[in-house]
Design a protein. Structure first.
Length: 413
């Protein structure tokens, strides 16, 4: 499918507005980063808590996020694990000593929002020893005088059933426990009278320290640099080395502009955003390679035209492909940005901005760099040729010719 056929737009003649726009975006991004002390990193990079919370019914991320944001200070991240009723909740804390307090705070907040234990202990949050001790008195009232070892054995069987998949720490009804072998019916009755079942359970809580966040930042930077280095080597081998340099500069431009826009709009950079930036690197590089590949083909058959004319023609020849690829991708990520919700917002925003910047940088950033370099090399060759063709002028001083004195003949008288 070809939308644009036989076009002859002078793209390179309109490069200055785009170059000026890039300079303004870069300057605004650097100023914003300087004023804010760098990018706004998410919990993945700067540290905090990560809690995995499983719900009995499919949870609504927005409701959970709002409930936690109203009660807990600092940044809150809520992300659903695909294919389950489990959420990954991230909060900010100063150190590991606050981990248990933060876990309790999250549990109480969710219980107040979605229903808790109604004043009774939550069966989902109790351990073996506490459960065995809690069962002692109600079972005695039911005529079961059991030893501590027997009570702990019953508690261990109940908790093993509770924590085994597919329940994974969450049951919906105490009657499920009737199928547990070795558990008397009096224990089930005692559970019903002494405990309640909350509609969620905090399966695990872990601390992501600043050191781990720094390591993740370093790994993200190294991943980007290795990707750019590999692409530079590939393009340098397939084309000329200046084409690879121009493509890498254009990709650096796209990445830095996108990060600057994140700072300007006060958006956080998380691991998903890093994934979007790596996707952008590949997308922008691919678009540039398509144009350069057509340039390489046209150079072989159009030796009398200038490089600027060949690149302009190549951009026109690949315009239909660029429009279809960039247009369809842009509409997809735009839909993700608008309808994807807070979890996908950063990822989609990076791709939306990156596709816009990456599409024009292939034409108005990478191509002018190649033209500038070839013009510079051509000027050097012309200068060298003119110098070699000019007649040599000896710098050694010439010897003075002896002055011949004419002898005057005197007439003899």
């Amino acid at each position: 499918m070809q939308i644009f056929a036989n076009t002859n737009y002078d793209f390179l003649g309109k490069k200055m507005p785009f170059i000026l726009a890039s300079l303004l975006l870069l300057a605004a991004g650097f100023i914003s980063l300087a004023l804010k002390g760098g990018p706004r990193y998410g919990i993945d990079f700067k540290g905090g808590t990560l809690m995995y919370v499983k719900f009995a019914k499919p949870p609504h991320e927005d409701e959970v996020r709002k409930a936690l944001s109203d009660k807990i200070k600092g940044e809150i991240s809520v992300q659903r694990i695909v294919g389950s009723n489990e959420l990954m909740i991230g909060t900010e804390i100063a150190g590991e000593q606050q981990l248990e307090a933060e876990r309790t705070h999250v549990r109480d907040t969710l219980a107040a929002k979605f229903g808790g234990a109604s004043g009774k202990p939550d069966f989902h949050a109790i351990g073996r020893d506490a459960l065995a001790e809690a069962l002692r008195t109600p079972m005695q009232n039911l005529g079961q005088n059991l030893s501590t070892e027997q009570l702990q054995d019953i508690a261990a069987k109940l908790l093993t059933y509770r924590d085994t998949p597919p329940r994974s720490g969450l049951i919906s009804n105490f009657d499920e426990l009737k199928n547990v072998e070795g558990v008397p019916s009096q224990a089930i009755q005692a559970l019903k009278s002494e405990f309640a079942l909350s509609p969620f359970v905090i399966r695990s809580a872990e601390m992501v320290g600043p050191k781990i966040g720094a390591e993740l930042r370093q790994q993200a930077i190294m991943a980007t640099l290795f990707a750019l280095g590999g692409m530079l080597i590939y393009i340098a081998l397939r084309f000329e080395w200046i084409y690879g340099v121009a493509a890498v500069i254009a990709v650096f431009h796209d990445t830095i502009v996108t990060i600057g826009l994140f700072s300007i709009f006060d958006k956080e950079i998380s691991l998903t955003v890093v994934a979007a930036l790596l996707t952008l690197v590949g997308y922008s590089m691919n678009d540039t390679i398509v144009i350069f590949d057509r340039v390489r083909e046209n150079v072989k058959t159009m030796r009398r035209q200038s490089l600027a004319e060949i690149i302009n023609l190549s951009v026109n020849q690949t315009l239909s492909r660029t429009f279809l690829a960039a247009g369809l991708t842009f509409m997809t990520v735009l839909a993700l940005w608008i309808f994807g919700g807070p979890v996908l917002n950063g990822f989609a925003f990076a791709l939306v901005m990156g596709i816009i910047v990456g599409t024009y940088s292939s034409v108005f950033i990478a191509s002018p760099i190649v033209i500038w370099w070839h013009d510079r090399m051509s000027a050097r060759h012309r200068t060298a040729a003119a110098v070699s063709a000019a007649p040599r002028v000896s710098s050694e001083p010439r010897e003075k010719e002896p002055v011949r004195k004419e002898k005057t003949k005197t007439a003899r008288k």
